[in-house]
Ligand binder design. Structure first.
Ligand code: PLP
Length: 483
């Protein structure tokens, strides 16, 4: 193996030249003595070429969407058109300052306004705010809107939010953060909300209901209108977790089928980079009478001029982020929406759904698929339970073996209501050839489980980092490189 950058160090070797320092620095004035280093930092002394090779090598050790298929269910690893990256680097965007006078940022405000209105149109809501910077942040914002709604009515006894047991972990976390209590209800054998269980848990203390649609099993929840009726009957609000919006763009407008509030994960549905913890964007949309509780400012348009609209500041529950959210992330989503247009959005969803069903049908003989009798949406949940029962192979082993075949693993052990879950989501931009390669790899793995189970337990073998001892890593965590 090639030497690491640390082993290549050679005293005095440099990869840069700086002009001579002509500023006198009084170190003791800048940094208190106790924080000053007593010698030079121990850094590798290497050439520019060594540095480039170091970072390129690190990048190549990682799997990324540019390198291969990335079927990470629930996360929608979208293709991010490179034109987005070129356009956001435009100096007109880069040199903006959020404190600039409105007259000088009309273009930027126009983009935000257009995005705000486009999202409302796509989802059937009256208004959206672009301030939240992640899906979870959108959930929190939506729940705060619910809180403000009930508070304004004097309904302080409304403290409970109901969630199905298939909900993403951020849902209960957001409920708690927003100061509500979680009430969990069951899914039925079809993977849908169990209406009887819902009815048993709804009462005058119900503040609202959160539903992911399509849900985390990759299934479209068909009972939305009925659920909305039950929740609205006690003056509760119904929230849609829109992380899976990629499946229904241009087909369903959640704001028109009973939902009152919804968040969008722009980084999952509208092609902006996703991963490494952000930055993301999680706008929310609301129905007409809830606009007054949204964070300020919204972006307004009056007499041909865009402006920061603080109009409902008195009723707003507050701000959730500085200024207007993650501006550049929103610009990327805007470019994407403009580029594909209304028809393109619908085709995205159709292709996402076709891709997922193609893989699901192709694998049904090899893996248990609990809900295969219903067409899935943009993703589906398979289970490794056959392999576990017959050969003692865990889903974790299968996921590790998938890495050996050059793919990112699907999401595993989620949703919690499916044993040995593998949640597979092929993005709409993947070709049939790529899907076939993945299907073949999954079939090969199913055969390996039968013929050579020991191999699975050792996987991955072809990756830069081999099987990690999870137990040891927890007990003796060591993430420091010593040299
Ligand atoms: C990703 C996801 C979230 C949270 O979104 P973040 O942008 O990661 O905060 C919530 N619900 C579901 C169903 C998700 O897939």
């Amino acid at each position: 193996m090639a030497k690491t950058i640390f082993e290549r160090t050679s005293p005095g070797r440099r990869g840069y030249t700086l002009p001579a320092n002509d500023v006198e620095i009084k170190l003791e004035k800048c940094i208190p003595a106790k924080f000053q280093r007593d010698g030079d930092a121990k850094l590798p002394e290497v050439s520019e070429l060594d540095v480039m090779r170091h970072f390129l090598e690190l990048a190549q050790m990682n799997h990324c969407i540019e390198k291969g298929f990335y079927p990470l269910g629930s996360c929608t690893m979208k293709y991010n058109p490179k034109i987005n990256e070129t356009l956001v680097r435009n100096n007109g965007f880069n040199n903006l300052n959020p404190f600039q006078d409105e007259d000088t940022i009309q273009g930027a405000l126009e983009i935000l306004y257009d995005l705000q209105e486009s999202l409302a149109e796509i989802s059937g809501f009256a208004k959206t705010t672009l301030q939240p910077v992640a899906g979870a942040h959108g959930e929190f914002t939506g729940l705060k809107v619910m809180k403000a709604y009930h508070k304004a009515k004097g309904n302080t006894h409304k403290t409970k939010i109901i969630l199905p047991d298939s909900a993403h972990g951020t849902n209960p976390a957001s409920v708690i953060l927003a100061g509500f209590e979680v009430v969990e209800i069951k899914s039925n054998t079809d993977g849908m909300v169990d209406i009887e269980d819902l009815k048993a848990h709804v009462d005058e203390n119900t503040a609202g209901f959160m539903l992911t649609n399509p849900n985390t099993l990759g299934l479209f929840e068909k009972q939305v209108e009925e659920i909305a009726e039950i929740i609205h009957a006690v003056d509760g609000l119904i929230y849609m977790d829109g992380a899976n919006f990629n499946a229904i763009l241009g087909v369903v407008k959640p704001g028109q089928i009973g939902f009152d509030i919804m968040h969008y994960n722009l980084h999952k549905t509208f092609a902006t980079p996703h991963g490494g913890g952000g930055p993301g964007s999680g706008p929310i949309g609301v129905r007409e009478d809830l606009i007054k509780y949204l964070p300020v400012p919204l972006i307004g348009l009056k007499d041909g001029k865009y402006f920061l609209d603080f109009g409902h500041e008195d009723t707003s529950f507050g701000k959730v982020h500085s200024f207007f959210g993650n501006f550049m992330v929103n610009v990327r989503a805007y470019i994407y929406i403009k580029m594909v247009g209304a028809e393109g959005l619908r085709r995205i969803s159709e292709n996402a759904v076709i891709n997922a069903n193609y893989i699901m049908k192709s694998l049904e003989k090899y893996y248990s698929i609990p809900h295969k009798d219903i067409y899935c949406m943009h993703e589906f949940v398979a289970s490794g339970e056959w392999q576990k029962d017959k050969y003692g192979i865990k889903t974790l082993d299968i996921a590790k073996r998938i890495l050996d075949k050059g793919f990112h693993a699907p999401t595993i052990y989620f949703p919690l209501i499916v044993h040995e879950a593998m949640m597979i989501e092929p993005t709409e931009t993947e070709s049939k050839e790529t899907l076939d390669e993945f299907i073949n790899a999954m079939i090969e793995i199913a055969k390996e489980c039968e013929e050579n189970p020991e191999l699975l337990k050792k996987a991955p073998m072809n990756t830069p980092v081999k099987r990690v001892d999870d137990t040891l890593a927890v007990r003796q965590l060591n993430v420091k490189f010593e040299w």
